[in-house]
Design a protein around this ligand. Structure first.
Ligand code: A2P
Length: 223
């Protein structure tokens, strides 16, 4: 009999250590609490609620994911293209179960998701699959995404609104970065954590004054 192939996970990524998860959740929740009280945010509230006068409690609006992580490769148990090849990469095997530090440089909020932008180091980029930035991107946005540096999609999903899947965070992040590149930034507000900008249709981007670092382990997840 043939030896059984090792099973492929749902995805590979950097997983925040439990204590780091708590720290990041607290810091980012504080930001959400402040954001929904800002006049600039209230002006665009209908993009979240569908009604101009309605209030929104962003802490309730977004549901927390189970384990905070930054996905490198979504394998879908082997159904995703390139899953097996990724799992077999020497760098993936060597990095597996090793600690690594991630650097969060921005937070994003849209009517769909709440996320953290991750700035990957050159070493971390070796674990970032080629073409990962473009996966599932709408054809109309592809040229803009191709113009962004590789790894631009790297992020941690911090929350999703009802009925929204986590994969949306990377797509919304790319859209925001493409708009910024075109110089389409609107209102800017100075906050304790950094500069908040509005990018139309309920999209908000907080560029952190100081990056937030988080200790992680590179690993895989299967449901
Ligand atoms: P993300 O990395 O943006 O958080 P799910 O629970 O929906 O199956 O997803 C499991 C993880 O894999 C999530 O972290 C999710 O998004 C990511 N993910 C899901 N689908 C894709 C996809 N098509 N491409 C890239 N990442 C995906």
């Amino acid at each position: 009999t043939k030896p059984k192939e090792p099973e492929l996970p749902l995805f590979f990524g950097w997983f925040l250590l439990p204590e780091e998860e708590e720290r990041i959740k607290c810091a980012t929740m504080d930001f959400l609490k402040t954001l929904d009280t800002l006049e600039a945010f209230k002006e665009h509230i209908s993009e979240f609620t569908g009604e101009a006068e309605k209030e929104v409690d962003l802490e309730q609006y977004f549901q927390n994911p189970l384990r905070l992580h930054c996905t490198t490769k979504f394998c879908d148990y082997g159904k995703a293209e390139g899953a097996k090849e990724y799992a077999e990469l020497q760098v993936v095997k060597e990095s597996f179960a090793k600690s690594d530090e991630l650097s969060v440089t921005a937070l994003i909020v849209t009517p769909r998701i709440f996320g953290a932008r991750v700035a990957l180091t050159e070493t971390q980029m070796k674990l970032w699959p080629e073409g990962a930035d473009k996966e599932g991107v709408a054809p109309a946005l592809l040229p803009n995404v191709e113009a962004l540096p590789a790894g631009s999609r790297a992020h941690v999903t911090l929350g999703c609104s009802a009925g929204v899947e986590a994969v949306q965070t990377g797509l919304d992040l790319l859209e925001i970065l493409a708009l910024q590149k075109e110089g389409k930034e609107g209102t800017q507000v100075e906050m304790d954590l950094g500069t908040l900008s509005y990018l139309s249709e309920g999209r908000w981007f907080l560029a952190l004054r100081e990056p937030i670092t988080a200790d992680t382990t590179f690993s895989s997840f299967s449901d």
